[in-house]
Design a protein around this ligand. Structure first.
Ligand code: SF4
Length: 500
């Protein structure tokens, strides 16, 4: 779509709105010619302390216009936010008038739509006021606004329990038995990279030892530890034992005795009684088994080598081992699936009685086999039916949503939701999605996020470990630098430099 800006240069805001509302359209900065069928002119000017924004939109021959006005006040930073919001809102209104559509999340383009409700609650608003704010100011549908108010409240409550030196730890194991059709993650198939696994465990345990000493020296408390991937249970029982022993030695007293330890045992074909016993012995409080579907033909379509029967067998082992919390992941919108098939999958998952069920919406990732091989997937209406069913059946069974997030290129522009029975919420998921505390990451591709513990400031800084296992193993100096940056972030904060 050709984009023309008059009186402003809010390129990012308009481009994000474009990608959100017109999937498949890319921004083009060229003059509009007679006969062009896809363009927008977004104008903005200030008059007596007010912003006046207009959008003229043309798409596939249809035309619409919108006018939006908003007052400007506060600091330069506040005014910049008000300008962006007004431009995004005006573009959205033109879209609505052109198409008659209201997407579930309205004009919101970000990953964490419920952050606005958490912020509103922190400012003293009630959940009802926070919900109304999303509907009124961001055109979010009433159903999604209510959802965001619930998960925003869960984040607000979890944040209230965090101390200034409380952090979470993430440990990445970037190996999987095979690659799923929807995956673009940098996970290595073990078939191809078996020789890397043992040296990777060596490098990971060394990084944990160094990171643990930094954590202890600086008086951090690890409230939640999460081992994800990839599929951590791709490691052998002995390798899992090494990594978890390294965690205990590294963090020792810094590990909150009441905290949680989650291990993703994602692929049922990697789960054995021996591995589960290792997790249990090391105090894992939560495991996540991720069938994604219980439909045999859908499992084959996504490149999984296991059957629904294997999932049943894995769940039996998990139940026998006895973890405090168990999660199962499902995905709505997988290739070859239908609304009926998704309903069967969810009903079957519910029979396992786990206290967590996470319902993802398929996200079309660049480089995934779905895109490269052009696999056929259910349309947005079918995906909407799947999610509606999930919402109603999970609520009837006593589950409530406790965290949510969105990704780019999601089918129907929906969301991923973690549901839990009372007392079953995974704090790590809330911490990371609502950016409530720092996450210190270990392993290849680890992204360490430093969050200023002062609620008002919320200054965030990130450092990244090398992406691929080989590069990760060969660059210990990068990991050391990241840990030093983590410590320095807090040291600076105490001397006042983080209090921008
Ligand atoms: S299990 Fe997860 S990380 Fe591994 S290939 Fe499948 S989607 Fe990717």
């Amino acid at each position: 779509m050709k984009l023309i800006f008059e009186g402003h240069d809010e390129r990012y805001t308009v481009e994000q709105s474009l990608l959100n509302l017109f999937p498949g359209e890319l921004p083009v900065y060229e003059p509009i010619q007679p006969g062009d069928e896809s363009w927008a002119v977004v104008s903005c000017r200030e008059e007596a302390g007010r912003l006046l924004v207009t959008t003229d939109l043309c798409h596939l021959g249809g035309k619409a216009a919108a006018f939006h006005t908003a007052s400007l006040s506060g600091t330069d930073y506040d005014r910049e936010g008000q300008r962006r919001h007004a431009i995004g809102a005006c573009f959205f209104q033109a879209y609505q008038s052109l198409t008659g559509n209201t997407p579930p999340w309205g004009m919101l383009t970000g990953v964490r739509p419920d952050k606005l409700t958490t912020q509103a609650l922190a400012e003293g608003k009630t959940p009802e006021e926070a919900r109304a704010l999303l509907e009124r100011n961001y055109y979010v549908t009433p159903e999604r606004a209510a959802l965001a108010a619930e998960t925003g409240l869960a984040a607000f409550e979890a944040g209230g329990d965090l101390g200034p030196r409380d952090i979470a730890v993430y440990i990445g194991v970037p190996f999987c038995p095979t690659r799923c059709a929807y995956c673009s993650f940098v996970s290595q198939s073990v078939e191809k990279s078996l020789s890397l696994v043992e040296p990777y465990v060596d490098a990971l345990t060394a990084e944990l030892a160094a990171g643990g000493s930094m954590v202890r020296r600086h008086g951090f408390r690890v409230r939640a530890l999460y081992m994800g991937g990839g599929t951590p249970t791709t490691l052998s029982a002995a390798q899992l034992d090494r990594v978890l022993t390294a965690c205990e030695e590294a963090f020792g007293p810094a590990l909150d005795p009441g905290g949680e330890i989650t291990v993703e045992a994602g692929r049922p074909d990697t789960i054995t009684a021996e591995k589960l016993a290792v997790l249990k012995d090391h105090g894992a409080t939560r495991v996540s088994v991720n069938p994604q579907t219980m439909e045999d033909h859908v499992l084959r379509a996504i490149g999984r080598r296991h059957s629904p029967g294997d999932i049943e067998a894995a769940m039996e082992l998990v139940a026998k081992t006895g973890f405090r919390h168990v999660n199962m992941d499902l995905i709505a919108g997988l290739p070859e699936d239908t609304a009926e098939g998704f309903r069967r999958s969810l009903d079957r998952c519910l029979r396992f009685g786990t206290d967590n069920i996470t319902v993802h919406t398929l996200s079309l990732k660049k480089g995934s086999r779905i895109l490269t091989e052009g696999l056929s997937i259910p349309g947005p209406q079918a995906v909407g039916e799947m999610l509606d069913y999930a919402g109603s059946v999970l609520r009837r069974a006593g589950y409530a949503p406790y965290y949510l997030y969105r990704q780019k290129y999601m089918s129907g522009s929906f969301e991923n939701i973690g549901w839990s029975l009372p007392g079953g919420a995974c704090l790590y998921n809330i911490y990371i999605m609502s950016e409530l505390c720092s996450i210190l990451s270990f392993g290849a591709g680890g992204s360490t996020k430093m969050v200023d513990p002062v609620l008002k400031s919320r200054r965030i800084q990130r450092v990244f470990n090398p992406k691929y296992p080989k590069e990760y193993m060969e660059r210990p100096e990068k990991k050391e630098a990241n840990q030093a940056a983590f410590a320095a972030f807090y040291d600076r904060g105490e001397s006042g430099e983080n209090r921008a």
